[in-house]
Design a protein around this ligand. Structure first.
Ligand code: NGO
Length: 782
């Protein structure tokens, strides 16, 4: 039997129905605008203006300075972010004046302290102004504005709003100029789309560098024209033996440009003289014994080395670096240099001292893991610290020769370390890194021997021995990447775990809206979306096959578990009529499964369904979201899947169906054979009844032009029938039709919906069927 053993608290459905566990329905009023203090990374200075709120109007424009295409591009980026959820047009315009409404992005007038990457954000009741000295500053200010809008702004479908921002001023600029993330695309290859998505995700936390680990023993991931087999052979596999892959130069350039549009610089790394098996497997001459080793798909390190004594080694390195530099607008070429365990110390120095000048000659700056400190300095060199202690001889040597330091201490900043022993992905060699561990250190003081002035910034590397897909990347990076982003951006004085964890918790609904698969660390008080209208799963009024499980981390103290294929819960008092979305808080340690949203019964009409994956353990919650179709009646949640499914904590119905002008059926301007029936439960107090086959109602002022859907509120105690939507006359063009079943009695309403074809002219509704048909209360064109 696959059921996991857990502590359970049994509460019968009868007890649930009797009100021991009730439906929690918070007031419908919308939440107040978010505090200016809610932003991650924490801004340098925040002055709230009490009582002032800006509400984004539907007609707002985004104004950018004339003559700066880069600033206008930031305006377009912001518009692209805000349009889908607001549904507003948000045209981006240019101006040389001082705007008085809407959102203004200006390259003048910012507080001088903002420097080259900072911004000043002013929110008044009339407008939002972001001022900066550079487009990069405007971009970072736009990311702050995003976080000041309600979390629903991150949804990609129209949300209700209102889009309010609290009044006040933020003046903000980074602590460090290097704020990085690293992705190992060598151990497992990630295609262009995955990397772009990661760029989108990290750019919202003001990360300005993405380091790509492009080569290692398991894979070479970039085309080099002078050495084509690097990609075609060296890129042909990955850890575990999968297909691997590589970037063409055009794809790589696309990534560089996509990053640049987000004010992110790509730092390419070709790791040498170790971590080179993929190159050596591609070309026999790169081996001292002139024999190519087989491709490698394991996860050991330190076994390969370029042949330091051979001239071809240097031809190879120089040609590779030359082609790489040509693809790299950014200042750095990363030479790796870590774990050269198969290269003697003397050879290591010989090799590095010979190849570093190639980088200098290409007009680039050397970056390397901190072991490069063993070799001579090269101008501007950056040593990336990845150790786990508070002092390191190689790093100190690098610094004393003049290197600057990027901090990636593996026991704090490595995103590939597990959070806890239960984390399904990741490694543990540098320790377990829960969110607080990732957050609670100061890059300036971690290494007492390194002066604060030598620290250039912070980078969060994600090695991919165990990471195979986007969802894995997201799970390891969120929430630790935003934590490390705050170390890199915010002044130490603005940083505090207790305020951070609350701000971080408020990011959860944003990640849910963005479909980011994140780890719901129990250290963080997650804000669970939406703030209102949450219904506890254990408040069901009918069920089949489930049990209530006590869980201190669950909303309301319980979750519903022991679900198996076909089990369900029903809610007599919960009706999805008028709602468009569904969000549930779920967890799974098993196979996950599918959650179906139905009405009427566990086999009633299906309004939507959502897939639940393994969330890393039962009680380890995540939110899943789906849109739902029109329907009404008691809500049923049905669980399907194989093996051990998932648990459900709580859920909410979201969105508001377009309020589309509802037309009362009794407002017809012509009719045949019908009568108006007074009914206190009908919209407008009346319904149209006494319909028989061929009866109709017509509306001279109602025109379906430009509409694509039709919804009617109907009831039937008889045979039901069909409702036809026509134009011009009762025998005019048929735009659509919808079947109505017996609804359990006349006056017992349900909504029926259909799509309609293109047509225009006065609308006619025609009733067909046999026996006693149905009544119609009202309808809407959507
Ligand atoms: C080390 C090693 C990498 C591994 C990683 C795994 C560095 C700089 N070299 O970090 O090859 O992938 O650990 O955590």
């Amino acid at each position: 039997m696959h059921r996991r053993v857990r502590q359970v608290l049994l509460v019968s459905a009868v007890a649930a129905a009797s009100g021991l566990v009730g439906i929690i329905q918070a007031p419908a009023a919308h939440a107040a605008a978010l505090s200016l203090q809610s932003v991650v990374p924490a801004p340098v200075s925040v002055q709230p203006a009490t009582g002032v709120t800006y509400t984004l109007p539907a007609a707002a424009t985004i104004q950018t300075p004339t003559g700066s295409p880069a600033a206008t591009a930031v305006g377009t980026h912001l518009a692209d972010l805000l349009r889908p959820s607001t549904g507003y047009a948000l045209p981006v315009t240019t101006t040389s004046g001082t705007p008085t409404s809407g959102i203004a992005l200006l390259l003048t007038g910012a507080d001088p302290s903002v420097g080259t990457e900072g911004y000043q954000l002013d929110v008044t009741a009339a407008l939002i102004t972001i001022r900066a000295q550079t487009p990069a500053g405007l971009f970072h200010g736009a990311q702050t504005l995003r976080q000041l809008l309600p979390a629903a702004v991150e949804a990609r479908t129209v949300q209700p709003g209102p889009w309010e921002v609290a009044g006040g001023r933020i003046v903000d600029y980074p602590r460090y100029g290097y704020r990085g993330a690293m992705l190992d695309v060598s151990r497992h290859f990630f295609g262009v789309d995955v990397v772009k998505r990661y760029l989108d995700e990290i750019s919202q936390y003001k990360i300005n560098t993405l380091h790509l680990h492009l080569s290692d023993d398991q894979g070479w991931r970039i085309v080099i024209d002078a050495w084509p087999r690097l990609a075609t052979v060296g890129g042909s596999t990955q850890v575990g033996g999968g297909a691997g892959g590589y970037y063409t130069k055009a794809q790589y350039t696309d990534l560089v440009n996509y990053a640049a549009a987000r004010h992110i610089t790509i730092v390419p790394e070709i790791d040498m003289p170790g971590h080179v098996n993929a190159a050596q497997a591609s070309y026999a001459e790169l081996n001292c014994n002139d024999t190519a080793p087989p491709l490698y798909t394991g996860t050991s390190v330190g076994f390969s080395s370029l042949c330091v004594g051979k001239e071809v080694t240097y031809t190879f390195v120089q040609q590779v670096l030359t082609e790489l530099a040509a693809l790299t607008p950014g200042p750095y070429l990363h030479l790796g240099g870590d774990e050269a365990n198969s290269t003697s110390d003397a050879d290591y120095r010989t090799f590095m001292n010979r190849v570093q000048p190639y980088v200098d000659a290409l007009g680039k700056t050397v970056m390397g893991w901190h072991q490069v400190g063993q070799a001579d300095h090269s101008p501007g060199r950056i040593a990336q610290y990845w150790g786990t202690s508070t002092s390191d001889a190689d790093l100190s040597a690098a610094v004393s020769k003049g290197a600057k330091v990027v901090m990636s201490p593996a026991n704090k900043a490595y995103l590939d370390m597990k959070y806890t022993n239960q984390t399904p992905l990741g490694l543990t060699w540098a320790g377990l890194i829960e969110v607080q561990t990732a957050y609670n250190w100061d890059p300036a003081t971690l290494l007492p021997g390194v002066p604060a002035g030598a620290i250039l910034g912070v980078e969060a590397p994600l090695w991919s021995e165990t990471i195979t897909k986007l969802a894995d990347i997201e799970y390891m990076a969120f929430p630790r990447l935003p934590a490390l982003a705050e170390l890199a951006w915010s002044p130490q004085s603005a940083r505090n775990w207790d305020t951070f964890k609350t701000r971080l918790g408020a990011q959860g609904p944003r990640w849910t809206a963005q479909n980011i698969n994140f780890y719901r660390s129990p250290q963080v008080p997650w804000t669970t979306p939406p703030a209102t209208g949450r219904i506890e799963a254990e408040s069901y009024t009918a069920q089949s096959g489930v049990q209530i499980v006590a869980d201190a981390n669950a909303h309301g103290g319980n979750r519903v578990g022991y679900l198996e294929n076909g089990d369900w819960i029903g809610f007599s008092g919960v009706n999805p009529a008028g709602k468009t979305g569904f969000t549930a808080r779920v967890s799974s340690g098993g196979n996950g499964g599918t959650l179906q949203i139905r009405t009427g019964s566990a086999t009633g009409p299906l309004l939507g369904s959502v897939t639940v994956a393994n969330t890393g353990g039962w009680g380890n919650y995540t939110d899943v979201t789906t849109t739902i179709g029109t329907g009404s009646g008691p809500l049923y949640l049905v669980f399907t899947g194989t093996g051990s499914l998932f648990d459900i904590d709580s859920f909410a119905l979201t969105g508001t169906a377009p309020p589309a002008t509802r037309v009362e059926a009794e407002s017809y301007t012509s009719q045949s054979g019908v009568q108006i029936v007074a009914d206190a439960n009908a919209h407008g107090g009346n319904r149209v009844g006494y319909l028989e086959n061929g009866d109709w109602i017509g509306f001279s002022g109602v025109n379906p032009a430009g509409k694509t859907g039709f919804t009617a509120r109907v009831s039937s105690g008889g045979n039901g029938g069909t409702l036809q939507i026509r134009t011009g006359s009762a025998t005019g063009p048929l735009l659509g039709s919808v079947t109505v079943a017996n609804t359990g009695g006349w006056g017992n309403y349900t909504d029926v919906t259909t799509t309609i074809g293109t047509g225009s002219g006065p609308q006619y509704l025609v009733f067909t069927g046999t026996g006693s048909l149905f009544d119609i209360d009202s309808f809407a064109l959507t």
